[in-house]
Design a protein. Structure first.
Length: 325
C-alpha cells in the first residue's frame, strides 16, 4: 500500500482515537480541555499538508489551508483586539499574523480560482487543484456556520463544536476518506462533517425512549410528573448521587411569598455542571426535608455519539441518497 492510499486510513485512525478520548473525558469529567484539540490538530494538519504534497498542488491551496487554520482557531482562542495592538502578547501577535496571512491567502486563491465552471465543479470534472480550493473554501464556510450555531446556542457544547471543526479540518470532503464499504460517497450531496453529525443525531434520538424504558422497569414512573422527567433523567438514592458528576434536578425552593420549603423537579439541567461542594449542599438540603431519592441527569455528551457515528460514516457514508432513492 502506497502513502496516498494510507492517508485516508490514517485519518480514520486519528478520528477514532481523538473522538474516543474526548468522549471519555466529557463523560467522566463533564469537560474536554482545549489542550486535547490542540494536540490532535498536529496530526490533522500534518495529514492535510501531506495530501497537498502528494497531489503536487499549487500554492493557492497551501495558502488556503492557512486561512482554514486561522478561522478554526476562533473556537479556542479569543480574537486579538486590534484597538490594543500595542499591548499584544506573543500569542495575540501570532494569531494576528495567522489571520493576516490567511486573509492574503484567501484573496490570492480567489484571484486564481474564482473563474470556474460550476457545473463541472459539481460533477467533479473540474481541474483537481481548483476543485480542492473550492473544497477548502466550503470547509471554511462550514466552520463559520458551526461557530455561529455555537454562538446563538443551536449547538450547546463547546467540545461538540470543536470536535466538528477538527473533523472538518481532517476530512474537508469525501476524497479525504476511504470509500465507504456499502454506499457510494460520490452520490453524497453533504460534506462528511454534516453526515457524521446526522449519524450522531440519529443515535442521540434513541436515548430518550431507552431511558423511559429503563425508568419504567425500575419502577420510577408513578405519576405524570415522573414521566416528564423519565425521558432524560433517572431517580437515584441521595446517598449514591455524589459518586459521579451529575446534574441534580430535584430542588428545594420557596414560593414567591417566601413560604416553603417546596420540593420541585426542574426539567432541564443548568448549563454548567455544579461543583462537588454545590452538589453536596443540595443533597444535604434534600435530606433535611426527609427525601431519600432524587431525579438526576447524567451527562450524555453528544461527542460520545459523534464517536459512535464514526463507524457508520466509514461503513455506509452518506445514507441520504440511499433513503431518498
Amino acid at each position: 500500500m502506497d502513502v496516498a492510499a494510507m492517508l485516508p486510513w490514517l485519518r480514520v485512525l486519528t478520528m477514532v482515537i481523538c473522538l474516543s478520548l474526548a468522549a471519555h473525558s466529557d463523560y467522566s469529567f463533564l469537560m474536554v480541555k482545549d489542550r486535547h484539540w490542540l494536540i490532535f490538530s498536529i496530526p490533522v494538519i500534518s495529514l492535510l499538508f501531506a495530501e497537498l504534497a502528494i497531489m503536487g498542488t499549487n500554492a493557492s491551496n497551501y495558502w488556503m489551508v492557512i486561512t482554514l487554520l486561522a478561522v478554526s482557531s476562533i473556537s479556542i482562542f479569543r480574537l486579538p483586539d486590534f484597538r490594543n495592538a500595542y499591548s499584544w502578547n506573543s500569542q495575540e501577535r501570532l494569531l494576528a499574523t495567522l489571520f493576516l496571512i490567511g486573509l492574503l491567502g484567501l484573496l490570492f486563491g480567489a484571484y486564481q480560482n474564482i473563474e470556474v465552471d460550476f457545473v463541472s465543479l459539481v460533477l467533479g470534472e473540474e481541474n483537481e487543484h481548483r476543485t480542492l480550493w473550492w473544497t477548502l473554501l466550503s470547509a471554511i464556510i462550514i466552520i463559520l456556520t458551526l461557530l455561529f450555531s455555537w454562538k446563538v446556542g443551536v449547538i450547546q457544547g463547546g467540545a461538540d463544536v470543536k470536535a466538528l471543526i477538527l473533523l472538518t479540518l481532517l476530512m474537508p470532503s469525501w476524497r479525504f476518506l476511504p470509500e465507504p464499504l456499502f454506499f457510494d460517497s460520490a452520490s453524497s450531496s453533504l460534506p462528511p462533517t454534516f453526515v457524521i453529525f446526522l449519524w450522531a443525531s440519529a443515535a442521540f434520538i434513541l436515548a430518550p425512549p431507552i431511558l423511559i424504558l429503563q425508568n419504567a422497569l425500575s419502577g420510577n414512573i408513578e405519576s405524570f410528573s415522573d414521566l416528564k422527567m423519565a425521558w432524560h433523567a433517572t431517580k437515584r438514592p441521595l446517598a449514591e448521587i455524589a459518586e459521579k458528576p451529575v446534574w441534580l434536578l430535584t430542588e428545594v425552593s420557596r414560593t414567591a411569598e417566601g413560604e416553603g420549603p417546596v420540593i420541585s423537579n426542574r426539567i432541564l439541567p443548568a448549563r454548567n455542571a455544579p461543583s462537588s461542594e454545590e452538589l453536596l449542599a443540595k443533597i444535604a438540603s434534600l435530606q433535611e426535608q426527609g427525601l431519600q431519592y432524587a431525579w438526576v441527569a447524567s451527562k450524555h455528551p453528544f461527542i460520545a455519539y459523534l464517536f459512535l457515528a464514526s463507524f457508520p460514516l466509514i461503513l455506509f457514508g452518506d445514507p441520504l441518497p440511499f433513503l431518498l432513492d
